[in-house]
Design a protein around this ligand. Structure first.
Ligand SMILES: Cc1cc2nc3c(=O)[nH]c(=O)nc-3n(C[C@H](O)[C@H](O)[C@H](O)COP(=O)(O)OP(=O)(O)OC[C@H]3O[C@@H](n4cnc5c(N)ncnc54)[C@H](O)[C@@H]3O)c2cc1C
Length: 411
């Protein structure tokens, strides 16, 4: 493994850092004040469009797409993308400035990998251009959706169409004013083997029959402008050509989608933990309690040291996972992807927890971004598969491997 950044990556890191310094960090307060104002609910902060134009012009666009895709992407490997995603993670909304925001990134990868030429022309091109946004519609309220074989939404063929019926919840980005595309997972064959029952289908957001049942709050926040929604689908009709890849291929698509998406979340978590440590250091260095700087308290120094060790460990594990994905593919790197998906958000949550404590009352406010980082990393431990599910699969794989290693007798 060679974790030295290539010349290409070093150049992109310098340009991205410069862009963040010039345009993103200075806009944080204005963007925050806009999105928390109830009068602006479900509206995008007006400053975003100019930042997206500037990023596109600067060639800092679609950096996530891990292979050449025409004129739209610089074609980075996962290893090359990792430090860039970490930088964007320092300001969670900034991924969108560079067209690198979930859930669009995963949806673009699905369409790039599995979409038909017509599907790509209609939906992938405007996504890659940053003209539209999208949602991924999988989780259902009435079944344990961490086991995706439980999903019950029915997708039934009827003439030239498919008709969808069922319930969904926790659908991120549904409310975003630019969202026009939904990628929906449901069942096309209730009698097929368990992993061949589901399919993924394109549903335009304004298709009749889709109702918002309620807006869900995450730790009290509506997460405007994207939001999280509970939805009902009543006889939602779309043409048959909207099916991606074919009936029964939903699991294959979900697997292909989630590998890169998971590691992107982890890279951003590391950026948040790193920034929380930096903000914490500045705070404790500037405040005095009981006659000395808070930074001079041993327990505070240990918290910063612990944070440094944890961030470094998680960063190295992420780079190793990214390197394996590049060398052997997402499937064979699944153990490392699972490992980092469990390690990175928990680590970031704990680092942020200590940074909150070191700020006193200010730590739980929105005067710093740390409280938001804490809540993001808390829910990332559930979204894209809860920790326990990754650990269960990882543990099963490792037991099998370790047993096989000793088949000739214990070493
Ligand atoms: C903020 C947020 C945004 C989200 N965005 C989206 C989105 O855009 N689109 C979408 O489709 N979904 C989205 N989700 C949903 C998310 O992916 C699911 O919540 C997640 O997959 C878990 O499914 P569930 O909620 O049904 O939990 P369940 O399946 O009911 O699981 C509950 C708990 O059971 C335990 N458990 C489950 N399996 C095991 C096991 N094998 N071993 C031990 N314990 C286990 C775990 O502790 C787990 O957390 C989002 C969720 C959140 C919180």
């Amino acid at each position: 493994m060679d974790f030295d950044y290539s010349g290409k990556t070093r150049d992109l890191i310098a340009r991205l850092d410069a862009f963040m310094d010039a345009h993103v960090y200075p806009a944080e307060d204005a963007r925050h004040d806009f999105v928390i104002d109830p009068a602006n609910l479900w509206q995008e902060w007006p400053g975003l469009a100019a930042l997206k134009d500037a990023a596109r012009t600067a060639g800092l666009w679609n950096l996530f797409l891990p292979h050449e895709y025409g004129a739209f992407s610089p074609g980075l490997t996962n290893l090359e993308y990792a430090p860039l995603a970490e930088i964007m993670g320092r300001v969670p909304w900034s991924s969108e400035v560079f067209n690198c925001s979930a859930p669009d990134t995963g949806n673009m990868e699905v369409l790039a990998k599995y979409g038909s030429p017509a599907q790509q022309a209609q939906w992938l091109t405007p996504l890659l251009e940053g003209k539209i946004r999208s949602a991924y519609v999988m989780t259902e309220p009435q079944v344990a959706s961490s086991d995706a074989t439980n999903l019950e939404m029915s997708i039934v063929a009827d003439g030239d169409d498919y008709v969808l019926n069922g319930r969904k919840w926790w659908i991120s980005n549904f409310m975003h004013p630019a969202t026009t595309l939904l990628l929906v997972m449901g069942k096309t064959d209730f009698d097929a083997p368990r992993h061949a029952q589901h399919s993924t289908i394109i549903v335009p957001r304004d298709t009749p029959g889709i109702t918002v049942v309620r807006h869900q709050r995450v730790f009290g926040s509506l997460n405007s402008p994207g939001g999280e929604c509970e939805l009902r689908f009543d006889n939602v009709r779309v043409p048959k050509e909207n099916l991606i890849l074919g009936e029964g291929r939903g699991f294959e698509i979900a697997q292909g989608r989630l590998g890169p998406g998971r590691i992107h979340h982890c890279m951003r978590s590391i950026g948040q933990a790193q920034r929380a440590l930096e903000i914490m250091a500045r705070r404790v260095d500037s405040r005095v309690a009981f006659g000395k700087k808070i930074a001079d308290q041993s327990s505070i120094r240990q918290d910063v040291a612990k944070g440094f060790c944890e961030v470094e460990m998680a960063r190295l594990l992420t780079l190793k996972a990214a390197d394996r994905m590049d060398k052997v593919g997402n499937k064979d790197a699944r153990d490392l992807i699972a490992a980092i998906k469990v390690v990175a958000p928990r680590m970031a949550q704990e680092v942020c927890d200590r940074a909150i404590q070191a700020h006193g009352g200010m730590g739980v406010s929105d005067d710093t971004p740390i409280a938001e980082f804490f809540t993001i990393n808390r829910f990332v431990r559930i979204a894209d598969g809860p920790d326990e599910v990754h650990m269960s699969q990882l543990g099963k794989q490792k037991i099998r491997e370790y047993v096989a290693m000793n088949e000739g007798g214990p070493r």
